[in-house]
Design a binder for this molecule. Structure first.
Ligand SMILES: [Fe+2]
Length: 197
C-alpha cells in the first residue's frame, strides 16, 4: 500500500525506528485490525443481499465503520513502527469453525451481536490498563465511541425479531454465545485478548 493511503505525518513515514510497543501488543493490534475487517466484510455481504432500505443503510454504515476501524488500527500500528501482517485468524474465522458459516440475516446479526459485546469488553479492559501507549489509547477511545451505535442497533433488531420468533432468535444467539466463550479463552491465550476474571 502506498504511504499516501496512510494518515501519517510525513516524518513518521520516512523514518523506521524500532517499534515502541512489544511484539505481543502488535500481534493483538493486528488481531483487532483483521477482525474488524472480517466483521465489516460479513456485514457488507449481507447488505448486498438485503432489499429493505433501512436495513441496507444500517448494515452498510456498520460495515463501513468496521472497515474504518481496521484502517485506524493499521495507522496505529504504523505510527508505533510495528509491522502489519496478513492475519487470517480472526474472531469470525474461529466462530465459523465452531458454528459454521453464517448464511441468514439472523445468523449474521447473532454473530455480530456476540462479537460486538465481546470486543467492547476487551477494548474497554485494554483501555483501563495502566501504561497503555497514548497512540493505542487514542484509537481504543475512537473505536469504542462507534461501538455504542453498533450495540444499539443490533440490540434493537434482535428485540424486534424476538417478537416474531423468540425461540429462533434465542437459539441463534445462544449458539454463538457458547462459541464465544471458547473463542475468548483461546484468543486470550494466543493474543493476550483481555477478558474479565
Ligand atoms: Fe463494532
Amino acid at each position: 500500500m502506498s504511504n499516501d493511503a496512510l494518515n501519517l505525518p510525513v516524518k513518521a513515514r520516512d523514518r523506521a525506528p524500532a517499534c515502541v510497543v512489544s511484539d505481543a501488543e502488535v500481534s493483538l493490534l493486528n488481531f483487532y485490525r483483521a477482525s474488524a475487517l472480517h466483521g465489516g466484510l460479513i456485514l457488507g455481504q449481507m447488505a448486498r443481499r438485503s432489499c429493505e432500505p433501512e436495513l441496507i443503510a444500517r448494515l452498510t454504515r456498520h460495515s463501513a465503520e468496521e472497515m474504518l476501524h481496521s484502517l485506524w488500527w493499521t495507522e496505529t500500528i504504523a505510527r508505533l513502527s510495528g509491522c502489519t501482517k496478513a492475519v487470517t485468524d480472526t474472531y469470525h474465522s474461529r466462530c465459523v469453525e465452531i458454528v459454521g458459516t453464517p448464511i441468514s440475516l439472523l445468523e449474521v446479526i447473532a454473530l455480530t451481536s456476540v462479537f460486538e459485546h465481546r470486543i467492547c469488553e476487551c477494548l474497554q479492559l485494554h483501555l483501563n490498563e495502566p501504561d497503555v501507549h497514548p497512540i493505542v489509547v487514542a484509537t481504543l477511545r475512537r473505536v469504542l465511541a462507534d461501538e455504542r451505535w453498533h450495540l444499539r442497533w443490533i440490540g434493537e433488531w434482535l428485540m424486534e425479531e424476538r417478537k416474531i420468533n423468540a425461540q429462533k432468535v434465542s437459539s441463534a444467539v445462544g449458539r454463538y454465545a457458547i462459541a464465544d466463550r471458547e473463542i475468548c479463552e483461546a484468543l486470550s491465550a494466543a493474543y493476550g485478548l483481555r477478558k474479565s476474571a
